[in-house]
Design a protein around this ligand. Structure first.
Ligand code: NAP
Length: 328
């Protein structure tokens, strides 16, 4: 397969390019050459998709499949102007942030309501427009490519090489052992996807020319199972103390990301649907998810023994909250 990755030098798109090379495909990646490094075995074209002219190196080329990770609607339009007539299949990597109801559990990609899209020519990088921008990108892809279009909406992408560490805090802390703070209730659900599973599914789908719109996240698993399975895989001697949302808020723990945060933990009830989605259609379309223990082991191997994490709570903060918990 002649595959074009629009991207290819950063986390997910790089994994797609690497896995495609390993499968024996003829892989071209196209970027400005500003971020990351091209994987071995690919042809790297220098483009800037913020204008149609910046995509000239791709004009006239034909591909069996394109994988596109941009968040900017104008970049989608420019790439479609140059390539739409020349490609057999286009995967657009979107996001679960397109949904505008984070509270209702059990929603699926076919029927869940999405944000109003930004204009097709938007290149506004504001973070609060991330979801609306992706809706606009999705709409253009579907309108112009019809059944050649596949849209995958990942939730949190994790695993080896993760740059956010919203997953990494958990295996790192569990490996240290002892009494450990666990947020909320062990029965609450969470979802994420291992970058390698997502890359493999994208390639399987491109090879099979699968079309449609799907979530790209594992089936919901309880936080209790998540932590226990990681502890088992790491052979860790750890006990979990479940601390209520109220106490975490009182101690200014941030949900999801940032300083003194806990990843894969979100306030309830307003986010009760965010990591509780029905992904049966994605599984029917070929998504496969490895056990979380495998993801944790691979993350640890890539991160090394003492990684400087960009998310999670400090041990001091954890001790302070556990002391408050036991004092009640
Ligand atoms: N991380 C998560 O947990 C998460 C969750 C949900 C969805 N997603 C989605 O998953 C995807 C992740 O993609 P990724 O890991 O490959 O990272 P990314 O940061 O989206 O990669 C951007 C790639 O595009 C290239 N690029 C940027 N601006 C460009 C321009 N003007 N012209 C040409 N190329 C340009 C970059 O290289 P240069 O800078 O060198 O041009 C880079 O290779 C994204 O679609 C993201 O929205 C991520």
């Amino acid at each position: 397969m002649r595959l074009l990755v629009l991207g290819g030098t950063v986390y997910l798109s790089k994994a797609v390019a690497e896995h495609a090379v390993a499968r024996g495909h003829d892989v071209t990646i196209a970027t400005r050459g500003k971020t990351g490094e091209a994987p071995e075995g690919v042809t790297h074209l220098t483009v800037d998709r913020s204008t149609v002219e910046g995509l000239e190196p791709l004009r006239g080329k034909e591909f069996d499949a394109v994988v596109d990770v941009t968040r900017f609607p104008n970049q989608v339009g420019n790439a479609l102007d140059v390539l739409a007539g020349k490609v057999a299949h286009w995967t657009f990597v979107s996001t679960c942030s397109v949904y505008n109801d984070d509270a209702t559990p059990g929603q699926n990609a076919d029927t869940a309501p999405t944000h109003e899209p930004t204009p097709d020519d938007s290149d506004d990088p504001a973070m609060d427009l991330f979801g609306p921008s992706k809706v606009s990108c999705e709409n253009q892809i579907r309108e112009r490519l019809g059944d050649r279009a596949l849209v995958i909406r990942p939730g949190l992408i994790v695993g080896p090489g993760d740059r956010g560490d919203r997953f990494g805090h958990w295996p790192q802390r569990i490996a240290e052992g002892g009494e450990m703070l666990a947020p909320g209730d062990p029965g609450e659900n969470l979802q994420y996807i291992d970058v390698r599973d997502l890359a493999d599914w994208i390639l399987d789908a491109a090879e099979a020319r699968t079309s449609g719109t799907y979530d790209g996240i594992c089936p919901p698993m309880t936080r209790g199972d998540f932590l226990r399975d990681i502890a088992t895989a790491l052979d860790a001697d750890v006990t979990f103390t479940w601390v209520s949302q109220d106490l975490l808020v009182e101690h200014e723990v941030a949900p999801w990301m940032g300083e003194q945060s806990l990843g894969l933990w979100l306030p309830l009830p307003e986010y009760a649907g965010f990591m509780n989605r029905d992904v049966s259609s994605a599984i029917a379309a070929g998504m496969r998810n490895r056990p979380v223990g495998e993801t944790a082991l691979a993350w640890r191997a890539a991160a090394g023994p003492e990684p400087a994490l960009r998310a999670g709570i400090t041990r001091e903060k954890e001790a302070e909250i556990l002391a408050a918990f036991h004092a009640r």
